[in-house]
Design a protein around this ligand. Structure first.
Ligand SMILES: [Zn+2]
Length: 178
């Protein structure tokens, strides 16, 4: 874990989702940010969160004390683009939000009874399930305002930069993919 992460986790209300938190590099330098429009054939798709570069198998963590709300196992179907996914509640400035983690290699299953989470609890591991590029492993990370299943567009999502304003100013992944 880097000194930046250690200091952040010690001093901030929110624990970082990864040990190393680095926006993924792409040809377009803002392509991994929230709301950026990507072209997929004839379609224009707004990116619904952040892409944080992470080698396969990196641990992901709860941002605060909260609850594991739901998990989704990748079906392998083309439309199942976010692969293995989990949603965990967290609190920030006394309000409840939901952190969405996608493209995971694996995650801790829901338990019968309590699914309470401690701040910084390990929830699962990054991967490339769904439509993630195998050559550019990353965590797709969203902040949501609802625990309901969401679909296309930016509805129900917030810019993670409202919660981690310093992160885009940190060094970015050096290698360039895609
Ligand atoms: Zn993404």
């Amino acid at each position: 874990m880097s000194l930046t992460t250690l200091l952040h986790n010690a001093l901030s209300e929110l624990h970082y989702p990864l040990d190393e938190n680095e926006l993924r590099a792409m040809k377009n330098p803002i392509g991994m940010m929230f709301g950026h429009v990507r072209r997929k054939g004839a379609h224009r798709i707004a990116h619904q969160g952040w892409d944080l570069a992470a080698p396969e198998g990196s641990s992901i963590y709860a941002l605060t004390r909260g609850e594991l709300i739901w998990t989704h196992r990748w079906t392998g179907a083309e439309e199942d683009k976010y692969g293995n996914q989990i949603l965990a509640s967290f609190t920030y400035r006394k309000k409840t939000y939901f952190a969405f983690y996608a493209h995971l290699s694996d995650f801790n299953e829901l338990r019968k009874g309590s699914n309470q989470l401690e701040r910084g609890q390990e929830l699962g591991w990054t991967g490339t399930t769904g439509n993630a590029d195998i050559d550019s492993p990353h965590l797709h990370f969203e902040v949501r305002t609802t625990s309901a299943q969401l679909h296309k567009g930016l509805g129900g999502r917030l810019d993670p930069g409202e919660f981690f304003p310093e992160l885009p100013k940190l060094p970015r992944q050096k290698a360039c993919f895609i």
